[in-house]
Design a protein around this ligand. Structure first.
Ligand code: G4P
Length: 532
């Protein structure tokens, strides 16, 4: 393959994650996007999980039982010459660290907002992770077929609640029963909702005569007023700012009716960046580099009960992957042969022979990989920027019911901890404490320990919600800081941290012990000298 051909392959790749609060319409939008790419034959299949080759992830029993997607999956499809990978993230209330971490593998994010509700809590949390990484964010305001908030108010919310400048790309014409369509500002055309017609406008835009008699007079007046306001006070379209993650283009539509989705997809593909340059501990890796490199951002055990295997999800950062190639695992220096690789389409897997920077592939793992591992072709070792640890907010103490089975228990705890969906800590008495971002992770943990490791556990919820790593100048024994309102534990690198009931207890504690330095989860690797 020539360099030009390789560059073309890389340039046509787009990886993005969809973030939203539950029920905003993430699944419905994903489904419609897949439908446009021909990846599924008919709508309804992503959530229905039935009769389809490409149904959403349902590889774990618990997912089937509860009818929800616990783990994130990847869906790849081709559209308009582009190879698009959607990183799916769980859309229910209890999401986990896994959800956050998937966002480290994407080059852009799509934020789905319910037009009647505006920005909700979970969107805010996920948004912060994207912002932290400078990922470009595209906003799709959904459910315009229902009564919606004033679009200007929604734009203002993006700016005030999220602190993100927004630029309108399309604009709704009415909402709910009065919803008549959208105005595509960039293309200067109106798309009618019911008539499915596209009206190209003259230079005068919405102020010309084409729309008169076509739209309800109230809707037309409001559209004109809004456009006037936006041209005076709105943010101008600026591709550079969008790609830097400092301006979000906003689109309106209804995913359910598949209206505004194609417009969104076309503009998104024009604006969204391709595979980005990735930082390493001592430089950068360009996607066009000759050497194959990639990092593992997720490990999923036992995706297929019949095989009891583990799959490591690898984001390719540069070069070409070829099945059977030999790579070096930088952490251990060990040579690995990548002979079993799959392209991932939820729980459906196809063996792939070739993949490029900007693709996500699954590789079989017999226990060699850890989250954050870098794989490199050749001998040179490269370490990508460590993946951030996200602050757990829930904690439990766990122990095996049957102490004779402690070995199973510890094996299970170690392996599930490696997947990174939960944090495992030990107290000074070697008790196991688990920390997670969402409660569902504990439920999944308990279920899997029982089913996959044959270990029943006793779970004791703990009344802590804030964790801080502790740095202290001298190597003093920290056990004197342990008291009834805070708990001292150690993470798997043996770094000490304290758990507190809430921010108030933490503040009081910090006032009392001024000699201690408290480190937030997101800064822990840097503060403890483990990478950037
Ligand atoms: P999520 O993945 O973000 O959690 O949301 P999901 O797509 O599952 O959508 C949540 C509910 O909102 C679903 O209804 C879905 O049909 C509905 N919905 C999504 N987009 C639109 C839209 O543009 N307009 C309207 N009116 N509704 C929309 P449900 O009743 O909870 O589920 P279902 O029985 O329809 O599947």
């Amino acid at each position: 393959m020539s360099n030009l051909e390789l560059a073309n392959e890389i340039d046509r790749r787009r990886i993005f994650g969809i973030i939203s609060h539950p029920d905003a319409g993430k699944t419905t939008l994903t489904e419609k996007l897949l439908l446009h790419g021909g990846a599924i034959r008919e709508a309804g299949t992503v959530s229905a999980q039935k009769n389809t080759k490409y149904a959403k992830s349902d590889w774990m029993e618990i997912e089937k039982k509860r009818g929800i997607s616990v783990t994130s999956s990847v869906m790849q499809f081709e559209y308009d010459g582009k190879v698009i990978s959607i990183m799916d993230t769980p859309g229910h209330n209890d999401f986990g660290e896994d959800t956050y971490r998937v966002l480290t593998s994407v080059d852009s994010a799509v934020m789905v907002i319910d037009a009647a509700k505006g920005i909700e809590m979970q969107t805010k949390k996920l948004f912060q992770v994207c912002k932290l990484r400078g990922i470009p964010i595209f906003t799709f305001i959904n459910k315009l077929d229902r009564q919606a908030k004033d679009p200007l108010e929604l734009i203002e919310e993006l700016e005030t609640v999220l602190g993100m400048n927004a630029t309108a790309t399309t604009w709704p014409i009415g909402s709910g029963l009065q919803f008549e369509g959208i105005y595509d500002i960039l293309e200067n055309e109106v798309q009618l909702y019911r008539k499915k017609e596209i009206i190209k406008l003259s230079e005068a835009g919405v102020f010309g005569s084409e729309l008169e008699g076509l739209l309800h007079p109230d809707n037309l007046r409001e559209l004109r007023d809004n456009m006037e306001l936006l041209s005076g006070a709105g943010n101008e379209f600026d591709l550079k700012l969008i790609r830097e993650g400092n301006l979000t283009p906003v689109f309106f539509g209804t995913a359910l009716a598949d209206f505004g989705v194609t417009t969104f997809l076309n503009h998104f593909l024009d604006m969204a960046p391709g595979p980005s340059v990735r930082k390493t501990t001592d430089g950068e890796v360009s996607p066009y580099g000759d050497t194959f490199t990639g990092f593992i951002f997720k490990i999923q055990a036992n995706m297929n009960q019949a095989h009891r295997d583990r799959i490591a999800f690898l984001r390719i950062c540069s070069g070409v992957f070829e099945r059977g190639m030999e790579v070096t695992l930088s952490r251990t220096g060990k040579k690995m042969k990548l002979s079993q690789s799959t392209q991932l389409m939820a729980n459906d897997r196809e063996t792939i022979d070739k993949a490029y920077a900007g693709d996500v592939i699954g590789i079989y793992d017999s226990g060699n990989y850890q989250i954050g591992d870098t794989l490199v072709a050749g001998k040179e070792k490269i370490f990508f920027e460590p993946l951030p640890t996200f602050p757990p907010e829930l904690f439990i103490r766990v122990m095996p019911v049957n102490s004779m089975k402690a070995k199973h228990f510890h094996k299970g705890v170690d392996q599930l901890a490696q997947e990174g969906a939960i944090q495992v800590y030990k107290t000074q008495y070697n008790e196991i404490i688990l920390g997670a971002v969402g409660a569902l992770q504990f439920e999944v943990f308990e279920y899997r320990l029982k089913n996959e490791y044959n270990s029943d556990i006793i779970v004791e919820p703990l009344d802590y919600s804030v964790a801080r790593w502790i740095k202290i100048d001298n190597n003093e024994n920290l056990s004197k800081y342990h008291n009834s309102r805070s708990m001292l534990v150690y993470d798997h690198f043996d770094r000490p941290l304290m758990l507190f009931a809430n921010q108030y207890t933490l503040d009081r504690f910090a006032e009392k012990y001024e000699e201690l330095k408290f480190v937030n989860a997101l800064d822990v690797n840097r503060e403890f000298g483990m990478g950037i």
